[in-house]
Design a protein around this ligand. Structure first.
Ligand code: NAP
Ligand code: GLV
Length: 314
C-alpha cells in the first residue's frame, strides 16, 4: 500500500516533505521512484499526465489538489468507479472571498472611472450609490459561492444567488436552473462567477448574458468578476462588451489559455482587471492536514468526504 504523488506545475517536493511528516509510516512514492503500481491505494494529482493512472488497479481514491476538477473530468484515462476527493479548505475559501470582496467593492466604487480621471488630472465627481442599492449576483452556490456571499453580506450589498438546484440562504434572493437565469441576470449589477466548469456552464459568460444584466444603477454599466475557470468566458465577447459599454468593467483571474498569451487584447483594456489565476491557491500548509486526514480516516474505515459527483462533473 502507498500514496503516489503526481503533481505538475506546483512544488511537489514541498508537498512530499509535509505529507511525509503528517502520514508517519504510511508510504509515499513519487514518479521516478521504483514501486509496484499494484501497491498504490491513493494518488494525489494536479494536472496529471495521460499515463498517470495506468496500472493503478487497486486505487481506493483519487485526491485532487484543486477544488475545481474540470480538467480531471476530461482526463482520457481517468479510472472508472474510483472516488475523487476534491480540496475543500477554510483558507482557500477565505482567499477566494478576499478576491471577490476586493473586486466587487472596486467596481461598486467606480474605480476605473476615478483612475481614468486621475490619469487625466480631472476633478470629476461621480456618486456611486450606497451598497444597499447595488445587486451582487453570485452564480454557483457551493462552498466558495456561499462563503463569498457570507463575506459580502456585512458590507451592505443586496445579494442574489443562482445555482442548479434551489439553495435557500438567509439574506440572499435565490434563483435556480435555466428557467430563472434571465430573471437573476436582469436584477444583477455585479455578476460573480463561482460555478464549476462543466459542459452546461462552458461559455456562460458571453455577450448575450452580459446584455441581460441590469443597467442604469452602476455608472458605466454592469461588471463581471470571474475567478472560476477560463472556459466559462467567451473572451472575444468580453472584449466586445467592454468596448461598446455592454459591460462597464471586468475582473478576470482565469483564462481559456493560461498563461494568458501576450497577444490577447484583454491585457490592454483599461476597464479589464487581470490577475494570473491566484484568487485561491491550494496551500501545502493547510492542504497536507486535509489530505492526510482524508487518507488516514479512510484507512481507519471512515467514509470519504467532498467526493465529486462524476455524473454532474463537479
Ligand atoms: P462547488 O462547491 O462544487 O459548487 C458548485 C455550485 O455551482 C453549486 O451550487 C452548483 O449547484 C452550481 N452549479 C453547477 N452547475 C450548475 C449549472 N449548470 N447551473 C447552475 N448552477 C450550477 O464548487 P466550489 O468549491 O464552490 O468551486 C467553484 C469553482 O471555483 C471550482 O469549480 C473552480 O473551478 C473554481 N476555483 C478557482 C480558484 C482560483 O484560484 N481561481 C480556486 C478554487 C476554485 P447545486 O448546488 O445545485 O449543485
Ligand atoms: C484552482 O483553480 C482550484 O481549482 O483549486
Amino acid at each position: 500500500m502507498a500514496l503516489l504523488l503526481h503533481l505538475s506545475d506546483v512544488d511537489e517536493n514541498r508537498w512530499a516533505e509535509r505529507l511525509g511528516e503528517k502520514l508517519g509510516d504510511y508510504p509515499i512514492v513519487r514518479r521516478g521512484d521504483a514501486y509496484d503500481p499494484a501497491d498504490i491505494r491513493y494518488i494525489f494529482v494536479w494536472k496529471p499526465k495521460d499515463d498517470a493512472f495506468d496500472g493503478l488497479d487497486n486505487l481506493k481514491a483519487v485526491l485532487s489538489l484543486g477544488a475545481g476538477v474540470d480538467a480531471l473530468m476530461r482526463h482520457p484515462r481517468l479510472p472508472e468507479g474510483v472516488p475523487i476527493v476534491r480540496f475543500v479548505d477554510d483558507e482557500l475559501s477565505q482567499c477566494m472571498s478576499d478576491y471577490v470582496v476586493a473586486h466587487v467593492t472596486m467596481h461598486h466604487r467606480l474605480y476605473t472611472r476615478y483612475r481614468a480621471a486621475q490619469a487625466a488630472r480631472e476633478w470629476t465627481q461621480l456618486y456611486p450609490p450606497p451598497a444597499w442599492d447595488i445587486n451582487v449576483g453570485v452564480m454557483g452556490l457551493g462552498v466558495l459561492g456561499q462563503d463569498a456571499l457570507k463575506r459580502l453580506r456585512p458590507l451592505g450589498f443586496n445579494l442574489l444567488g443562482w445555482s442548479r438546484s434551489p439553495k435557500p440562504i438567509e439574506g440572499v434572493k435565490g434563483f435556480a436552473g435555466p428557467d430563472q437565469f434571465d430573471s437573476f441576470l436582469s436584477q444583477t449589477d455585479i455578476l460573480v462567477n463561482l460555478l464549476p466548469l462543466t459542459p452546461e456552464t462552458q461559455g456562460i459568460l458571453n455577450y448575450e448574458t452580459f446584455g441581460k444584466l441590469r443597467r442604469g444603477v452602476l455608472d458605466g454599466g454592469p461588471a463581471i468578476v470571474n475567478p472560476a475557470r477560463g472556459g466559462h468566458q467567451v473572451e472575444a465577447d468580453i472584449v466586445a462588451a467592454l468596448g461598446d459599454g455592454t459591460l462597464g468593467a471586468a475582473s478576470l483571474d482565469v483564462f481559456a489559455v493560461e498563461p494568458l498569451p501576450k497577444v490577447s487584447p484583454l491585457w490592454s483594456i483599461e476597464n479589464c482587471y487581470i490577475t494570473p489565476h491566484i484568487a485561491a491557491i491550494s496551500n501545502p500548509e493547510t492542504g497536507v492536514n486535509y489530505f492526510s486526514k482524508v487518507l488516514l480516516d479512510h484507512e481507519a474505515g471512515k467514509p470519504l468526504v467532498n467526493v465529486v459527483d462524476v455524473a454532474k462533473g463537479y
